[in-house]
Design a binder for this molecule. Structure first.
Ligand SMILES: *Cc1c(COP(=O)(O)O)cnc(C)c1O
Length: 393
């Protein structure tokens, strides 16, 4: 019997961790808001323009989405009552998967309950201790968790540096791995920049690797008819889309081959052992896929506003990452200063959350501004004016 275990306070580690975070100024807290419309929230009784949501097209409050959700709810009930392989596959799940595959120009699609769940559970179903995973240095935490779970060897290549990736591939193919998996994002969630999808496909084919692309931030706003940067591309084994961002709903899906879909249905724990997405959610996703192909005007407007805001911030002297998406990171560096700017904006009617390590690398704390097609030019000018007034940097 270990006496340390008997005598210590079993919850001491919690106290210690929270205290440490307080001391280091990185204790995180939840802050409830009320979403008034696609770009306005009420926080502590105060109206704020929201520049921190991923609702790029404002669909989460769209009447057509809400009606579809209500319709499916009325017809199918509040829950799907079982996992997909038991009795949780309704006709609406299957129809949605067929619709997604068709719209994305792929053989097959498969729903997952969240993007986080998909990344953490699919990767370990593809690779094991004898495999190697090569990923971008800045991939989303859910991808890292999937890699850790898989127990594969892993290496990161420098952010968006595909010649570094190729150097790693050249070495790796001589080392007897059973499989090599390349995994990255098409649009980086905290940087807003893009991967070179064509080159990734070419490298994957040249070195005979699996290729897994997380298209979460491209779906809805990029690619032909907004179907993302991986749609209609062959040579990608799995591409992941999520419904919680531009789609204005909840959940995730992959597009893939029929064979891979069958394999995952049989072997992927995070697909097998979880309750199927509920009808109301399926209804809203279905409506989003009806609407998104017709929103070219909104997408054009959104990208126009992105360069307008970017150019203005650069002219004001802010360090803005060279983003090619509605994600515009304003790098402040120091965590305290970043919080200070975020508070200043909030006191003046703007919600723009500070993003700090470990979500982003050390010394790159930032305000991650996110534009929506529902932001009016006056919202953006108001933000620019506030940042002009703020002379701290
Ligand atoms: C948001 C996000 C996820 C997680 O998706 P959820 O459905 O919210 O769990 C995964 N990957 C990337 C790149 C994301 O931005």
């Amino acid at each position: 019997m270990n006496s340390d275990i008997n005598q210590s306070n079993k919850l001491e580690f919690i106290k210690k961790e929270l205290q440490e975070r307080k001391t280091n100024n990185n204790l995180r807290q939840l802050n409830a808001i009320y979403p008034k419309d696609a770009v306005t929230v009420i926080k502590n009784g105060k109206r704020l323009i929201n520049f921190s949501s991923n609702d790029y097209l404002g669909l989460s409050k769209h009447p057509q989405m809400i009606t579809a959700s209500q319709d499916y709810l009325n017809r199918y009930g509040t829950g799907s009552t079982a996992s997909r392989l038991v009795s949780g596959t309704y006709d609406i799940h299957e129809k949605l998967e067929e619709k997604i595959a068709k719209l994305c120009g792929k053989e097959a699609a498969l729903l997952f309950n969240t993007g986080f769940q998909a990344n953490t559970t699919i990767i370990p179903t593809l690779v094991n201790q004898k495999s190697l995973v090569l990923c971008d240095r800045l991939v989303h935490n859910s991808i890292l968790q999937g890699i850790f779970l898989s127990q594969a060897q892993w290496k990161r290549y420098k952010h968006n540096d595909l010649s570094h990736l190729e150097t790693l591939l050249k070495k790796a193919i001589l080392q007897g791995y059973n499989r090599i998996l390349i995994v990255t994002e098409t649009v980086f969630s905290m940087e807003g920049d893009r991967s070179d999808v064509d080159r990734l496909i070419q490298l994957s084919q040249q070195y005979n690797t699996l290729l897994y692309l997380d298209d979460a931030h491209a779906l809805g706003i990029m690619g032909n008819k907004g179907m993302g940067l991986t749609a209609y591309q062959s040579g990608i084994d799995i591409s992941l889309g999520t419904f919680g961002k531009a789609m204005g709903s909840f959940g995730a899906f992959i597009t893939t081959s029929k064979g891979m879909r069958d394999y995952l249905i049989n072997c992927c724990p995070g697909f097998i052992y979880t309750t199927a997405l509920p009808p109301a959610v399926i209804g809203s996703i279905d409506a989003a896929f009806d609407m998104i192909p017709n929103l070219d005007k909104e997408r054009d407007y959104l990208l126009q506003q992105v360069s307008y805001l970017q150019n203005n911030l650069i002219n004001l002297g802010y360090q803005v990452l060279n983003s090619s998406s509605p994600i515009i990171p304003v790098i402040i560096g120091n965590e305290e200063k970043t919080l200070k700017l975020s508070n200043f904006l909030e006191n003046n009617g703007i919600l723009a959350t500070a993003i700090r390590p470990p979500t982003v690398p050390k010394n790159t704390a930032r305000i991650r501004l996110v534009l929506s097609s529902q932001h009016q030019p006056e919202h953006i000018d108001y933000l620019i004016n506030l940042l002009k007034q703020y002379h701290e940097f």
